[in-house]
Design a protein around this ligand. Structure first.
Ligand code: ATP
Length: 306
């Protein structure tokens, strides 16, 4: 494991956990997790199925209790200050379920708004219009995608200090997915908010995310600012001569080649690398940063010592 894949994230923490552990029977869902989401960050949380993303978000809301360790949100304890913490959070859960299924959507939103003194009715109206939410529909009759839209209105309309979005576009058709991500981007422009988004669709948050956390088997194998990723995680392409048997002077996350043309995904020290690659006999063609999606794939594919 490359230890530098955890950098101390700057700024006051909106969310921090220390040695957070959660098991379901013998299954470890969270394994001594130290998460740090700076205030104002748009933190993208990725990981394979079963990595612990939903468990983490539910634990922050105290919907699920950790076996040990701490979680703090804006300096408050997730367990001891639960109601105060939850009043500052807008949450889109992973499951497309609405409580109070006998309610009409309009009634559900009115009921929900009572718990949030900052509820902005005009904004809620704009969101329902934009997401084509029918306030007269009975909640029990909604499709998965329609439930998702209602959950988004519930999460955004009180302009929370923290958004916890668990696969927010899951179940939505492609056009609505674009509209939802547009609404989230617009929301961030007008409301100072910290965001923690769990997603498998990293390309959707390419332009939004400024921090990346990669979770595997309940552990964060990487937690970095986007700028650090852009500077240090690089793809170098180049040509080598027959019989070349050296290696780039950096940890190699992946390597492919066709004939003499090679591509290496490298974890570098952030300094220019062209000359150092050339010194190992590589004729360098290009050196580029990865997209957030590319970085996610490279980090997820990385072997770890665990
Ligand atoms: P996905 O990307 O598939 O949504 P995830 O990263 O959100 O996955 P979690 O849902 O947090 O993963 O699950 C983490 C681990 O905990 C998995 O091994 C899962 O099987 C287990 N788990 C989660 N909830 C429960 C539960 N209620 N009972 C038993 N095991 C559970």
């Amino acid at each position: 494991m490359i230890s530098e894949l955890h950098n101390p994230l700057a700024g006051a923490a909106a969310v921090s956990t220390s040695a957070l552990c959660k098991r379901y029977g013998t299954q470890i869902a969270l394994d001594c997790l130290d998460l740090n989401v700076p205030e104002g960050a748009v933190y993208i949380l990725v990981g394979p199925n079963g990595a612990g993303k939903t468990t983490l978000l539910r634990t922050l809301l105290d919907l699920c209790r950790a076996d040990s360790g701490q979680a703090q949100l804006f300096g408050l304890s997730s367990t001891q200050d639960g109601p105060a913490v939850r009043s500052q959070i807008g949450y889109v859960p992973d499951s497309p379920d609405l409580s109070f299924t006998d309610y009409k959507v309009g009634e559900l939103l009115r009921h929900h708004s009572v718990y949030f003194p900052q509820w902005d009715s005009d904004y809620a109206k704009r969101l329902t219009t934009s997401l084509e939410v029918n306030l007269d529909s009975r909640c029990s009759t909604l499709s998965k995608g329609q439930v998702r839209r209602v959950q988004l209105v519930q999460a955004l309309a009180h302009r929370p200090a923290l958004l916890l979005l668990d696969e927010p576009t899951d179940g939505l058709d492609p056009l609505v997915r674009d509209r939802v991500m547009g609404l989230v981007a617009e929301h961030l422009d007008t409301s100072p908010t910290t965001v923690l988004i769990s997603t498998h669709l990293v390309h959707e948050v390419e332009g939004l995310g400024d921090h990346l956390g990669v979770l595997r088997n309940g552990r964060l194998i990487a937690q970095l600012e986007r700028s650090e990723l852009d500077r240090r995680l690089l793809v170098a392409r180049g040509e080598v001569s027959d019989g070349w048997d050296l290696a780039p002077p950096f940890p190699v996350l992946s390597h492919t080649h066709r004939g003499r043309e090679h591509a290496w995904t490298l974890w570098t020290d952030g300094q220019p690398i062209e000359d150092r690659l050339a010194a190992t006999g590589i004729t360098v063609r290009s050196v580029e940063s990865l997209t957030l999606e590319g970085a996610t794939r490279a980090l997820l594919a990385m072997e770890t010592s665990s």
